[in-house]
Write a protein that binds this ligand. Structure first.
Ligand code: HXC
Ligand code: NAP
Length: 264
């Protein structure tokens, strides 16, 4: 197979990339030739992830930084800029989730998820601005179906991801004139991830989720990385302010064949 050179000479910053979907995206950016910097809270996990990403391209830098800490995020972006110059792609995907009813959630439990997902995304995107290639940069947040569909036991995630969707559109309005595009990708249920391990923790629950999806399967990390690569390409240079589902159609409703499923 021909080597992918789409991102040669470009610099990518990926937040929340020590595991899962975001690590898959970082690997894809590296495989396409980019310089990649990744951050997450855990020094140990991010160092191991940086080793993995390095195997796909150039040496990847892993930095321990909590997206709730604006100064730490800003310092990581500054270091990225110092090492590699203007930043072409920023991916904000750090998130936290647990399954709990609103009444089983303390104020701090709710706030923790909103802080990581929504405030963290504001911090990453806001702090990135002065280090971006302008015009030309592509900013992508990772949202979820919970951002526009209410879900039991997910009040914190629904509120946080809905906020990310609106933030994406507001920044697209404000930063579009300067040639900075801001979009979000909304994955459906993705195989081999912490997110689905928490949301569908038994084989029965997993089968139930698959049976309701029009494609009858989980998506893959590669399928999310494909969309992020597309959004960062010239083919997407007029795509701005979009919330793009990569979910097999699960956003269209319940495809289990139960006519009442969407009304019950
Ligand atoms: C109720 C809980 C809880 C639970 C934690 N809390 N787990 N409340 N039920 N199961 C409460 C705690 O009691 C505490 O409140 C508050 O949340 C903060 O907890 P900490 O452990 O101090 O927070 P922190 O160390 O910052 O950890 C954040 C976390 C944790 C979100 C709680 O789970 C985490 O680190 N998650 C990262 C990995 C992850 O979640 N990956 C999945 C992403 S998938 P009190 O009041 O006691 O102080 C995703 C879903 C998208 O985002 C959709 C998929 C389809
Ligand atoms: P994951 O592997 O747990 O990824 C979450 C990442 O965020 C980890 O690398 C974690 O690393 C990092 N992180 C958490 N809190 C952080 C903080 N405060 N500061 C910096 N980094 C932090 O989960 P995933 O399932 O792959 O989810 C990745 C993204 O996809 C999330 O945005 C999630 O909402 C979204 N999503 C997932 C699914 C799914 O099916 N899994 C569906 C829809 C949307 P550390 O622990 O090292 O900090």
């Amino acid at each position: 197979m021909a080597q992918d050179t789409q991102l040669v000479g470009k610099t990518c910053f990926v937040a929340g990339a020590s595991s899962g979907i975001n690590l898959g995206i970082a690997k894809r950016f590296a495989a396409a030739g980019a310089n990649v910097v990744i951050i997450s809270r855990s020094e140990e996990k991010i160092a191991a992830a940086a080793q993995e990403v390095s195997a796909f391209g150039k040496p990847c830098i892993g930095i321990a930084a909590d997206v709730r800490d604006y100064a730490a995020v800003e310092a990581a972006l500054k270091r990225t800029h110092t090492e590699f110059g203007d930043i072409d792609i920023v991916l904000s995907g750090a998130a936290g989730n647990f399954v709990a009813p609103a009444l089983g959630m303390s104020a701090n439990g709710f706030k923790t998820v909103v802080d990581i997902d929504l405030i963290g995304t504001f911090n990453v995107l806001r702090a990135s601005f002065e280090f971006l290639r302008r015009p030309g940069a592509s900013l992508i947040s990772i949202t979820a179906g919970q951002g526009d569909r209410p879900s039991m036991f997910q009040a914190h995630v629904c509120a946080a991801k809905a906020g990310i969707n609106m933030l994406t559109k507001c920044l697209a309005l404000e930063w579009g004139p300067g040639g900075v595009r801001v979009n979000a990708v909304s994955p459906g249920p993705i195989a081999d991830t912490e997110g689905m391990a928490r949301l569908a923790s038994t084989p029965e629950a997993e089968e139930r989720v698959k049976s309701r999806n029009p494609m009858r399967r989980y998506g893959t990390k590669d399928e999310i990385a494909d969309m992020c690569l597309f959004l960062s390409s010239d083919q997407a240079k007029y795509v701005n302010g979009a919330i793009i589902p990569v979910d097999g159609g699960s956003g269209c409703g319940d495809a289990s064949g139960n006519a009442l499923a969407n009304y019950a």
